[in-house]
Design a protein around this ligand. Structure first.
Ligand SMILES: C[S@@+](CC[C@H](N)C(=O)[O-])C[C@H]1O[C@@H](n2cnc3c(N)ncnc32)[C@H](O)[C@@H]1O
Length: 275
């Protein structure tokens, strides 16, 4: 968990407590606005300006093909950050739109576009209420984007289904639910199960000075995701748990070779709506 909580500018304390949709949105928008410059400076090169990375293990859409062919398709990316994946869609003749709650992340998308002469359309919004009409997209995806930041996963998946055309696809990666059992430590300390897998109480960082919520992640079990998808009418096509390549040494937050060789760090769900 703590996919990318910003290194705190002010002291924060981590706790597990319930947080609603509005608080989650406000906290995470401010956090990602604060953290965006550092996130892009740290990970931008590994992501690639028009690269499509599914997670810290380094697995890419070029080899996975989780979206299927995107040429000529309307494609929505949730939690697009600087739009690297959407730019990949553009390069593969799709019509992407990137949605993100953080204006600063979207400014980085614009910066990259200006550098490359590309144009990824973006919209600044929270993914819980997607500002598009019904049946607007053929494919919706998210690479560690919005899904684990949303309080109501069932409502979110229903909202995604609403904007997806019949026969459309949803593919998203999130922190592997089993990771919630472990401390968020890339070293040996992160291998000792110490929290219940079934405890869905959100991970929250609280500003020590103001008492305000400054970062939130929501946890669901694997079964919760399957139920959310099937309840919204999806058929699960695949659940991919990328293995850590033996020669991959990059540490990304709590993800590392030490942990990656032993336990899954990413869960990637692929699901289709009936045609
Ligand atoms: C770990 S980054 C992933 C970004 C991009 N997929 C990448 O690989 O760099 C998570 C992104 O989700 C965005 N995000 C967080 N909460 C969100 C929400 N409720 N709705 C939309 N985007 C959100 C953040 O602003 C951030 O850009």
């Amino acid at each position: 968990m703590t996919a990318d909580a910003s290194p705190p500018a002010r002291p924060v304390r981590a706790e597990r407590r319930p947080v609603d949709e509005q608080d989650s949105l406000q906290a995470n928008r401010a956090d990602w606005d604060r953290y965006a410059d550092e996130y892009q400076a740290t990970h931008g090169e590994f992501l690639g300006d028009d690269g499509f990375l599914w997670g810290p293990e380094g697995v890419r859409e070029d080899s996975l093909g989780a979206l299927g062919p995107v040429a000529g398709k309307d494609v929505l990316e949730l939690g697009c950050g600087a739009g690297q994946c959407s730019r990949w869609v553009l390069r593969h003749q799709g019509r992407p739109v990137g949605l993100d709650v953080s204006m600063r992340q979207l400014q980085h998308s614009r910066r990259i576009d200006l550098e490359h002469g590309t144009a990824v359309p973006t919209v600044c919004a929270g993914a819980a209420a997607i500002p598009f009409t019904d049946d607007a997209f053929d494919v919706v995806f998210s690479a560690f984007g919005a899904l684990q930041f949303i309080a109501d996963a069932d409502a979110l998946v229903t909202e995604i289904a609403r904007v997806t055309r019949p026969g459309g696809r949803l593919a998203f990666s999130v922190t592997h639910p089993t990771r919630w059992m472990f401390p968020d430590d890339p070293g040996e300390g992160g291998l000792l199960a110490s929290q219940s897998y079934w405890d869905r109480t959100p991970y929250v960082e609280v500003d020590d000075e103001t008492g305000e919520t400054s970062y939130v992640e929501h946890h669901r079990t694997l079964g919760d995701w399957v139920r959310a998808l099937t309840a919204a009418g999806y058929r699960l096509v695949d659940l991919i748990e990328p293995e850590w390549p033996a020669d991959h040494d990059r540490v990304w937050g709590g993800w590392s070779r030490t942990r990656g060789l032993l336990t899954p760090g990413t869960a990637l769900f692929v699901a289709d709506l009936p045609g």
